[in-house]
Design a protein around this ligand. Structure first.
Ligand SMILES: Cc1ncc(COP(=O)(O)O)c(C=O)c1O
Length: 387
């Protein structure tokens, strides 16, 4: 990727819109939208959809995601509709016994909480939802220490994100995963707010499962995602029994007498009708473009933008996490006491600046299509709201 290149022309964002909200939803790039349009056009005459389209686009998505997260065997990637689906699969295949505990981070995305709460209740285990320490300096660092301290020899599952979705607090997955492994716990990662935006290496982080929605930093459409399942899940039980995940399912002439045996790896965990003829080509195009950009380049670009904004916002009295413990691409901004969040939200809307406003916090999530002007516009509105 070329540092000085503008990525805006690859997207169709309206002029004047400062879209700083990829953590909410990625805008469809021209390439991804074109893949969707082409897919729709083809479906008006299904004779244009060969039997191989039930399989090949799926394998392409598996291969691209596997490359993105440094997994050697693409068959370890399952196609899922949502994080909740992926997590339900993980929970179904993870042993938890009475008196054990499960560790999550307080306020992490609900699709990675409800499932564990129910499992804890069903198995008479304890759900440990680790809160952040006080709001002063070193909050994320202290939070990491608290997560590590919560993992003990009775821990059956540790399920955490690389970054907190609300404010970008960073979790040191190598340290947390290492502790989980030492204690014999399953290590599960919701990579939705990280994979695509920063390098993620399954070799180094070594999760047992990595679950990602596709419509944020993977820049794909809504309702299709991907999950890596490590060897501990080989031989597990999927949530549903579908035909296409069986060996020999590509022999349509013999489907009625099909075999029971699953295809190898994580393919058994694919959702029913996983060969979505519109969404999969879009996700395939999205993954191809993320690989071409490279997550390292996305990280460099977004870090430069959030570093600049963080400095300016700190001087205005906003609270920002220390640099080593915040996401490069998700800037959490705690508003100063004198600032009315509702009035600020109105002003941001007026000025066509899209960020998330939650309570006394702003979440600012730029991508390659953003530049310093977008962040300057935001800082200007915050400054103006203080007057
Ligand atoms: C960290 C994280 N995980 C998952 C999701 C979406 O979950 P699901 O695919 O179950 O709707 C979001 C959406 O904002 C998220 O931020």
């Amino acid at each position: 990727m070329h540092a000085s290149r503008s990525f805006k022309p690859l997207f169709s964002l309206p002029d004047g819109l400062h879209y700083l909200n990829c953590a909410y939803m990625a805008p469809l790039s021209r390439r991804v939208a074109a893949a969707g349009h082409a897919a729709l056009d083809r479906l008006v005459a299904p004779s244009r959809v060969p039997a191989s389209d039930f399989f090949d686009p799926c394998d392409e998505v598996r291969a691209r995601f596997a490359r993105l997260v440094n997994v050697t065997d693409p068959q370890r990637i399952a196609l899922i509709p949502s994080v909740s689906y992926g997590m339900a699969t993980v929970a179904r295949n993870t042993p938890v016994t009475a008196g054990g505990n499960l560790v999550v981070v307080e306020g992490q995305f609900p699709s990675n909480v409800h499932v564990w709460r129910r499992l804890a209740t069903e198995r008479r285990a304890e759900l440990r939802s680790v809160p952040a320490p006080g709001t002063d300096g070193g909050r994320a660092r202290g939070w990491n220490e608290a997560v590590l301290a919560a993992i003990d020899e009775r821990t059956a599952v540790v399920s955490v994100p690389p970054f907190h979705w609300t404010d970008g607090s960073r979790f040191d997955l190598e340290a947390i995963g290492g502790r989980a492994r030492d204690r014999g716990a399953a290590f599960v990662v919701d990579g939705t707010q990280a994979v695509g935006a920063v390098p993620f290496d399954c070799g180094r982080t070594a999760p047992d499962a990595l679950v990602c929605a596709g419509y944020k930093w993977l820049t794909g459409p809504y309702s299709v995602g991907v999950a890596y399942f490590g060897p501990v899940f080989d031989g597990g039980v999927p949530l549903e029994e579908n035909w296409i995940t069986r060996r020999g399912s590509d022999d349509f002439a013999r489907l009625a007498t099909g075999r029971d045996e699953y295809r190898p790896g994580a393919v058994r965990y694919d959702v029913g009708e996983r060969s979505n003829f519109v969404l999969l080509p879009m996700l395939g195009a999205a993954l191809a473009q993320v690989l071409e950009w490279s997550p390292a380049a996305v990280e460099t670009h977004t870090r430069a933008l959030t570093d600049g904004a963080a400095e300016a916002l700190r001087t205005l009295g906003c609270g920002i996490e220390e640099d080593g413990w915040r996401a490069p691409h998700i800037l959490g901004v705690r508003l100063p006491a004198g600032l009315d969040p509702a009035a600020l939200a109105r002003e941001l809307h007026q000025r066509n600046i899209s960020v998330s406003v939650r309570g006394r916090g702003l979440r600012v999530a730029p991508h390659l299509y953003n530049d310093a002007d977008d962040l300057a516009a935001l800082v200007e509105v915050v400054r103006g709201s203080l007057d």
